[in-house]
Design a protein around this ligand. Structure first.
Ligand SMILES: Nc1ncnc2c1ncn2[C@@H]1O[C@H](COP(=O)(O)OP(=O)(O)O)[C@@H](O)[C@H]1O
Ligand SMILES: [Mg+2]
Length: 345
């Protein structure tokens, strides 16, 4: 009786602490926060000035007393204190918005495959210190598969490829567990870095990360041929002055293709490590792409052509993981088999 009452008012939370974006889900309400994983800190008093998009806007433009920090790298915490500050500020916002009287939520959080015990503990600790009562961890591709409603509880081979900002993870899931997988520390941010190096080498012009992101989203592709062009502004490395260059789709493809080939190889290896019965399911049912990186134009067709299995990009791919943590909260008892053992046990 009391438990039921408590359940009605407690605000259980799902968290996707991604390399590029942090997302928060509140049970019964849905996704309430989707922000860039960036924090602006005032070094004079160590206080947060801004998080998310507002902090991102300051990047490359802030005076020396403001530090712009991306506290996650390839899906794991690289700056514990800043991650804690960011989560605390997010939790406070959630409390303000929901007027909840019970301040310590139960949290389901997504975690990369292949993390070390130290990395896992660090994620659990940061969430507890930010105010959670209890933390349950789900591997990112499993959360994504739940989010896109693949039948992971059945004895069927489900192949999902989750393409985030700092990680690309392929996993075959059956009966609530991972049968074969591959985790690569390559993601959307690596594509941006390749675009930056390419433009520096080819044109002698230095561009910033946000410009690289814009180029990738506007004219980036890996299949088909529209040959779009785009004018890009950067700094001439020799003269030190602003310079505009005209770049095209083929050049950007040349810059990013090696990374995508590595991802395709990773998918290939995952399938090779999968038992034959499940492989035949995958041939029939296809490969599902999720994560923001799945929006790269032509990626589905490129993978389909190289692996020879149908490929489907899920709707709203970037929110697959957070929707998955949400579904786990809503159907907690039924889905609790998907949790990975805690480092606290
Ligand atoms: N249209 C697009 N084409 C290619 N990449 C995209 C597109 N939209 C978003 N992305 C990339 O998706 C990544 C963010 O995806 P997301 O799933 O939110 O990452 P994470 O969960 O790792 O923080 C970024 O690297 C971003 O550049
Ligand atoms: Mg993501």
């Amino acid at each position: 009786m009391f438990k039921k009452f408590f359940g009605l008012f407690s605000k259980d939370i799902g968290i996707d602490l991604g390399t590029t974006n942090v997302r928060v889900y509140i049970r019964g309400r849905g996704m309430v926060i989707s922000e860039s994983s960036v924090v602006a800190i005032n070094l004079r008093n160590d206080q947060i000035i801004a998080i998310g998009t507002n902090a991102l806007k300051m990047m490359g433009k802030a005076p020396s007393y403001i530090s712009i920090i991306e506290p996650l790298s390839h899906g794991v915490i690289s700056d514990f204190e800043v991650t804690e500050k960011m989560l605390k500020s997010i939790f406070e916002k959630v409390h303000r918005d929901t007027f909840t009287l019970i301040p310590r939520p139960k949290v389901v959080a997504a975690i990369p495959l292949d993390v070390t015990e130290v990395e896992k503990k660090s994620l659990e600790d940061v969430i507890i210190q930010a105010g959670a009562r209890e933390v349950f961890l789900v591997e990112r591709p499993v959360a994504a598969a739940i989010g896109v409603r693949l039948p992971i509880q059945e004895s069927i081979g489900n192949l999902i490829v989750e393409l985030g900002g700092g990680l690309s993870e392929a996993a075959v899931i059956s009966l609530n567990g991972i049968v074969a997988s591959k985790s690569l520390k390559i993601g959307g941010e690596s594509l941006n870095k390749n675009i930056i190096s390419y433009i520096r080498e080819k044109f002698g012009v230095l561009i910033g990360n946000q410009t690289a992101e814009e180029i990738k989203v506007k004219i980036g592709s890996v299949f088909g041929n529209k040959n779009q062009e785009m004018r890009v502004k950067g700094r001439d490395l020799i003269k030190g002055l602003p310079k505009e260059v005209l770049i095209n789709e083929i050049q950007i493809r040349e810059a990013i293709m090696p990374l995508l080939k590595t991802i395709v190889e990773g998918i290939h290896e995952t399938i090779e490590a999968t038992p034959p019965e499940l492989v035949s399911d995958i041939y029939e049912r296809g490969i599902v792409l999720s994560g923001g990186g799945a929006m790269l134009r032509g990626l589905d067709k490129m993978i389909q052509k190289r692996i020879n299995i149908p490929v489907l990009v899920t709707d709203d791919p970037a929110t697959a993981i957070i929707r998955g943590t949400g579904l786990v909260l809503e159907d907690f008892e039924n889905l609790r088999q998907v949790f990975v053992p805690s480092s606290r046990d």
